[in-house]
Design a protein around this ligand. Structure first.
Ligand code: HEC
Length: 137
């Protein structure tokens, strides 16, 4: 009889140990997930262009050839920038898409006239120009 009680005691002890071990495991996982979420949020916030970024974009755009074909508030060879801003909400996907379009050039979204390609402009600079354009209201 004593032996049975002893064995049962050991079994219970093992179960309890196993249970608390499982709990620790779960807790560790949760902490990692929470940490990841926090990091993600911070990155998203940091990607929003600051007033300084927009100023830099405006300056870069003025130094390049953009204003020979674009005006802020009226059509020239290309569409007015305030219409471009109306068509595309200011978000990361549109920054990326339009940065690629400015570098590659091309037509079709506003008409048959093509924008000249800009392969020598650094993508980071073009992105700042696009961020400025999409901020025009
Ligand atoms: C030779 C004239 C020309 C120059 C120079 C030019 N663009 Fe354009 N741009 C156009 C035309 C034409 C379109 C319309 C293209 C279309 O219909 O898809 C356009 C469209 C755009 C669009 C909208 C693209 C879309 O797919 O909706 C952006 C943004 C833009 N230009 C930015 C710029 C920037 C920034 C520069 C300077 C680095 C620049 N453009 C220089 C003619 C020009």
């Amino acid at each position: 009889m004593k032996r049975v009680v002893f064995t049962a005691g050991i079994l219970i002890l093992m179960l309890v140990a196993n249970f608390s071990f499982a709990q620790t495991k779960t807790r560790t996982k949760k902490t990692v997930t929470a940490h990841k979420t926090v990091t993600k949020t911070t990155t998203t916030v940091a990607k929003k262009p600051s007033a300084a970024d927009l100023e830099a974009g405006k300056a870069l755009l003025s130094k390049s050839d953009c204003l020979t074909c674009h005006k802020v508030d009226g059509p020239l060879v290309g569409p007015a920038y305030n219409l471009v801003a109306k068509k595309y909400p200011a978000n990361e996907a549109n920054y990326e898409q339009l940065t690629k379009k400015v570098i590659a050039g091309g037509s079709g979204n506003w008409g048959a006239i093509a924008m000249t390609p800009h392969p020598t402009l650094p993508p980071a600079d073009v992105k700042k120009m696009v961020e400025y354009i999409l901020s025009i209201k």
